[in-house]
Design a protein. Structure first.
Ligand SMILES: [Fe+2]
Length: 340
C-alpha cells in the first residue's frame, strides 16, 4: 500500500483512481445476528459502497474462534446481539480501537466503549407485556412483579436464557445479591407455569388466558403485528416500560467491534461508520423495530407508542459482573421448575 501511495505522489495524474481502488475488496463479518435481519442491511451497504460482505453466522463461540484463529483470523468485524459479547471481545484482547468522528458523533457515550473498542448500533428494552383486559396498571417496577398480587399470573421464558439472565443480572447490580434472590424467588412463586417458549409465547399465553404478565423484548410486538398468525397475540397485550426502583428500563445493545487482526481494517471502519448512518439506522427501526443509536433517526411508531423510554443507567460492566450471580440464584432456587 505504501508503494502505491508513493507512486501516487510521483504520478499525480494516476491518483484519481486510487480512492476508488481503496474502496474495493471485501469485509468479513462474524455475527450472532439473525440472517433475516442483518443480511438486507449488509446488502444495502454493498450496494452503496461496492464493498463485498462475507458473513459467518453463529449462535455462539465466535470470540473463541477468533482467539483460536489468532493473527491469521479473517474476521474484520464482530457484530453481536448483546453488549456482554462486545465487552467479552474487548476483554479477550481481540478488538482494536477506532478513531472516528463519525462514530463518536453518532453513538452516545453511554452506548459505546470508553476506549472506542466497540460501538452500539441499535438497542431494545426488556419490558412487561400485560393483558389488555385483565391488567389495569399503567406503571410498574421490575421489583413489584414479585408481589403476591401477581401470584399465578406470570409467564416467562427460561430463566437462564441470556435475555432474562442479563435482566436478572441488572437486578442483582441494583439490589445486591440478597434482595435480588428474594425478588427472583417471589417472581418464581408468581409463575403460572414452568418457564418455556420464547418471548412471543408470553404474548401468546396472555392471549390464551394462561397468565397476565411477563417480560419480553420490545421488537417482538412489531414482528407479531406483521405476522397474521401472531397478530392476535400482539392485540391481547399492552406494553409497560417497567423501571428498577432506583433506575430506568433495562436495555440491551447490539453493536460492532473491529478485530485486532482485521485484514481489511479500512473497510471494517467504513462498515461500522455506515451502520450508524441514516440508511442503516432506519432499517434497524423499520425492519426490526429496534431503537436506533442515532438521536435523529425516529423510532418506529409501534415502539414509540409504548411511551417514553428512560434507559437504565447501571454501567454495562457492573451488569456483566453480576451475570454469574444471577445464573447461580436461578439454579439454586429452581426457577425453571416453576412455582413452589
Ligand atoms: Fe430476540
Amino acid at each position: 500500500m505504501k508503494f502505491t501511495l508513493r507512486l501516487c505522489a510521483l504520478a499525480i495524474a494516476g491518483c484519481a483512481s486510487l480512492p476508488a481502488l481503496a474502496q474495493q475488496g471485501d469485509v468479513n463479518v462474524y455475527t450472532y445476528r439473525e440472517p433475516a435481519l442483518i443480511k438486507p442491511i449488509l446488502d444495502a451497504f454493498t450496494k452503496d459502497t461496492g464493498i463485498k460482505v462475507n458473513i459467518v453466522f453463529a449462535k455462539e463461540g465466535l470470540e473463541e474462534r477468533i482467539v483460536a484463529e489468532g493473527a491469521r483470523s479473517p474476521a474484520d468485524v464482530l457484530i453481536t446481539t448483546d453488549f456482554a459479547r462486545l465487552v467479552q471481545a474487548k476483554d479477550l484482547g481481540i478488538t482494536q480501537p477506532l478513531k472516528s468522528k463519525i462514530l463518536t458523533d453518532a453513538v452516545p457515550a453511554a452506548l459505546r466503549d470508553p476506549d472506542n473498542q466497540w460501538f452500539g448500533l441499535s438497542y431494545r428494552a426488556r419490558v412487561a407485556y400485560v393483558s389488555k383486559e385483565r391488567v389495569k396498571d399503567t406503571a410498574l417496577t421490575y421489583e413489584s412483579i414479585a408481589d403476591p398480587k401477581w401470584k399465578g399470573r406470570v409467564c416467562l421464558r427460561d430463566g437462564q436464557h441470556i435475555y432474562n439472565n442479563i435482566l436478572f443480572a441488572a437486578g442483582v447490580a441494583h439490589m445486591g445479591k440478597e434482595k435480588a434472590e428474594a425478588w427472583l424467588t417471589g417472581l418464581r412463586d408468581n409463575l403460572a407455569k414452568k418457564p418455556s417458549g420464547g418471548d412471543r409465547e408470553v404474548a401468546k399465553d396472555i392471549a390464551a388466558g394462561a397468565c397476565d404478565i411477563g417480560f419480553a423484548n420490545t421488537y417482538y410486538v412489531g414482528h407479531m403485528n406483521k405476522n397474521p398468525d401472531q397478530r392476535p397475540w400482539a392485540e391481547a397485550i399492552r406494553v409497560i416500560l417497567p423501571t428498577f426502583k432506583d433506575g430506568g428500563t433495562h436495555v440491551n445493545l447490539s453493536g460492532i467491534a473491529v478485530m485486532k487482526h482485521a485484514p481489511h481494517a479500512a473497510n471494517a471502519q467504513k462498515l461500522a461508520e455506515w451502520l450508524v448512518g441514516e440508511t442503516a439506522q432506519k432499517m434497524y427501526t423499520a425492519d426490526n423495530f429496534e431503537f436506533p443509536v442515532r438521536a435523529d433517526t425516529p423510532v418506529d411508531p409501534v415502539v414509540s407508542g409504548f411511551g417514553k423510554l428512560t434507559p437504565d443507567n447501571k454501567p454495562f460492566a457492573e451488569i456483566i459482573k453480576a451475570r454469574p450471580i444471577a445464573a447461580d440464584i436461578i439454579d439454586r432456587i429452581g426457577f425453571n421448575n416453576g412455582p413452589k
